[in-house]
Design a protein around this ligand. Structure first.
Ligand SMILES: [Cu+2]
Length: 323
């Protein structure tokens, strides 16, 4: 069991113990979590953990990305504002429990740290891989051409830690901000260069849901996808409203003898609640990484319902960030 899952269950358990009539917002406040994790009463921690592992409990893990600080680790941006521009230099550190910048990381999905930047309206998604200097400062150019409020996520695993962390911080880009509405849910996303990605599967709140994204080019299924980040695709899912960062993992990996190089790429994603989510699939073909985006609604489709037929009139055309 991951640490995130333990802490999520623990937090929910605490709330149950206290009998507090609180909403989701309170369940994810840093205060509640830090109070829980810093409690000297480790005995009660054990008891509560035992309670939350009861068979009737279906508590989902606390989503990542909602907090700037968790388990002693803090995402510290060098600047909280940035000047709009296509190559804005972003610098940050991960501070460890001792307050010093973390310099040791475990490689996950081919990289020591994955940086996601997205505007608060879920547009202008980017997935980049910053460079770490010897003092523990990460840096990467990020396309911040469009002003607005951005959320920056660092997805990483410190050396020696059991399980990864996703920390999130706000970054303001001054200028005229014109938020765009969340696109309607669709099952087909148009991607530039003749690529089209079709989504099959339903996001069911509280459980790992199988999602298969199928890539075609000019109407022909793509069967020679190239490995990207130790998989045939990398999927990021964010909840509309608070940009909670979902845990997603691919089914299989290149070279395992069973995972095909397309056209279908299968993932397991766990939605923490009903609601709207934005999915971003990065895939690599012919040497270029492209991104397909979808809006998915979780929670209203009954478990025994069939997947709705694709309606071509709802095809979404998205532009992709520079690879
Ligand atoms: Cu990455």
């Amino acid at each position: 069991m991951s640490t995130a899952l333990k802490i999520g269950g623990y937090t929910l358990g605490l709330l149950a113990v206290f009998g507090a009539a609180v909403g989701v917002g309170a369940a994810v406040t840093p205060a509640a979590t830090s109070a829980a994790t810093s409690s000297p009463e480790t005995k009660s921690h054990t008891e509560i953990s035992a309670m939350t592992s009861a068979p009737t409990s279906d508590a989902a893990p606390l989503p990542g990305g909602l907090m700037v600080s968790q388990d002693g680790y803090t995402l510290r941006l060098a600047d909280r504002t940035a000047t709009a521009g296509p190559q804005a230099p972003l610098r940050f550190q991960i501070l460890g429990p001792d307050g010093a910048p973390v310099t040791g990381y475990q490689t996950e999905h081919d990289k020591d740290l994955h940086l996601i930047a997205v505007r608060r309206d879920l547009s202008h998604f980017q997935h980049v891989h910053p460079v770490l200097d010897v003092e523990g400062t990460w840096s990467a150019p990020v396309d911040l051409s469009a002003p607005g409020e951005y959320r920056v996520f660092a997805d990483f695993t410190p050396t020696g830690r059991d399980g990864g962390l996703v920390l999130g911080a706000d970054l303001a880009v001054p200028g005229t901000y014109e938020p765009v509405p969340l696109p309607e849910p669709v099952t087909v996303a148009g991607v530039v260069d003749g690529y089209q990605v079709t989504l099959a599967g339903d996001l069911v709140p509280g459980q790992a849901s199988e999602l298969t994204l199928t890539v075609s080019k000019d109407g022909v299924p793509v069967t020679d996808l190239q490995p990207y980040l130790a998989a045939y695709g990398h999927l990021v899912a964010l909840r509309a409203g608070d940009l909670a960062y979902l845990h997603v993992h691919p089914a299989g990996e290149p070279g395992d003898g069973v995972t095909p190089a397309g056209p279908g790429i299968t993932f397991y994603a766990t939605a923490p609640s009903a609601g709207d989510y934005r999915l971003f699939l990065d895939f690599r073909h012919a040497g270029v990484v492209r991104t397909a985006e979808f809006t998915v609604h979780a929670g209203e489709i009954p478990a025994d319902a069939t997947v709705p037929a694709t309606d071509p009139s709802t095809t979404a055309t998205t532009t992709i960030p520079a690879p």
